[in-house]
Design a protein around this ligand. Structure first.
Ligand SMILES: Nc1nc2c(c(=O)[nH]1)N[C@H]1C(S)=C(S)[C@@H](COP(=O)(O)O)O[C@H]1N2
Ligand SMILES: [Mo]
Length: 347
């Protein structure tokens, strides 16, 4: 949503009339949270419009279904003109049933463009993923700015089909194209002091309407421990479905760590900083009791608002049951990195 896109007089309509029950209930939850002085948590719907209401802005008159329909229209209209360089196929996820392109690109969390799932597809059209540079900073020998073109030459591009599990209890299967973060780390030549890597997303008030609203502490920051960053599964994605990454999925480059909750995957990265101390990441800052630095998918540690023992596969249909969530989202090979770490405490 955009704050001024609704010319209707909100006072003539009550929220229970204009929104589905789910949104109405979430709004009440939001108001409760706001009353507690909590920063906005990852509520599943409509937070930005609620925030706008709270700060005296306009309310949005459409519901989730209309939003999704508009997002789908937008995706059908824009398409992708840019071409992705050649990439090689891999065996990752070869046996998975892919989530439809239409769902992957219209059901997004990207709060810089709004907090409804359909907002990123609709409101990211002014965002410009080219020209683009990534600034490499901190504890590295090659502290310099790299263009997206040079970045793409660091290693051959690969297609990897990964499951993605959001902390809100839904999941998708996405065919990413990208290169291992490990190749950038190697190129940057970290010093012995580099223990963690911090990823900083774009924060452009002109083209990202969501950053004008303080639902999160902008810019969006994420981080990984060095061994997680150089793990072979960790990808910097530049494409999906064999095409250039759409803006709503984090163009031109975003992080993908399939054994962690989706929020670890910082989008539209402008800075990669090598640091000695564990970064304070955006969601940890917003709610340290709800979101941890590690954020490993863990069916045994629930989030206060969402069970983590099962998940809803997006696009599976109305009558599909929930799927059992697996430890590390089924990527058992990462387990050894956490030997000796209490994953209840370090969630
Ligand atoms: N900069 C930024 N990155 C972000 C987010 C965001 O709001 N801002 N949302 C996160 C969350 S909660 C999820 S689930 C994934 C969603 O990625 P997708 O839209 O490509 O499926 O992006 C993550 N990366
Ligand atoms: Mo998420």
């Amino acid at each position: 949503m955009i704050l001024d896109n609704n010319k209707r007089n909100p006072s003539s309509i009550t929220p229970s009339e204009i929104t589905p029950r789910e949104i109405f209930e979430n709004r009440r939850q939001f108001i409760k949270n706001a009353g507690l002085g909590l920063a906005a948590g990852a509520l599943s719907t409509s937070l930005l419009s609620q925030a706008a209401t709270v700060v005296g802005g306009d309310t949005k008159g459409d519901g989730v279904l209309i939003g999704r329909a508009n997002a789908k229209k937008q995706v059908a209209k824009t398409g992708n003109t840019q071409k992705l360089p050649a990439f090689k196929k891999t065996s990752y996820g070869a046996d998975e049933k892919l989530t439809k392109y239409e769902d992957v690109t219209t059901y997004n969390n990207y709060y810089e463009f709004g907090t409804d799932k359909s907002d990123p597809a609709i409101h990211s059209t002014l965002f410009k993923p080219r020209p683009w540079t990534i600034s490499i900073e901190g504890e590295v020998k090659k502290a310099k700015t790299i263009s997206i073109e040079d970045f793409l030459k660091l290693a051959p591009l690969e297609e990897r089909i990964y499951r993605m599990r959001c902390v809100e209890g839904w999941s998708m299967v996405i065919p990413w194209v990208g290169l291992p973060l490990a190749s950038l780390v190697k190129w940057a030549e970290p010093t012995g002091n580099a223990k963690y890597i911090e990823f900083i997303s774009a924060n452009d008030t002109l083209t990202m309407p969501g950053v004008r609203v303080p639902v999160l502490d902008w810019p969006y920051v994420e981080g990984l421990r060095m061994d997680e960053a150089t793990h072979p599964l960790t990808l910097l994605a530049v494409g999906l479905y064999g095409e250039v990454l759409p803006n709503q999925n984090g163009a031109p480059v975003r992080l993908v760590t399939p054994w962690k909750y989706g929020f670890k995957g910082a989008k539209s990265i402008v800075k990669i900083r090598f640091v000695e101390k564990m970064p304070v990441t955006t969601w940890v800052k917003a709610g340290p009791s709800e979101y941890g630095f590690y954020a490993n998918v863990n069916p045994f540690v629930d989030h206060p608002r969402w069970t983590q023992s099962s998940e809803k596969r997006i696009g599976a249909g109305l009558f599909a049951g929930r799927i059992k969530t697996k430890m590390f989202n089924g990527y058992d090979e990462v387990g050894q990195m956490y030997a000796g770490l209490d994953l209840r405490k370090h969630f």
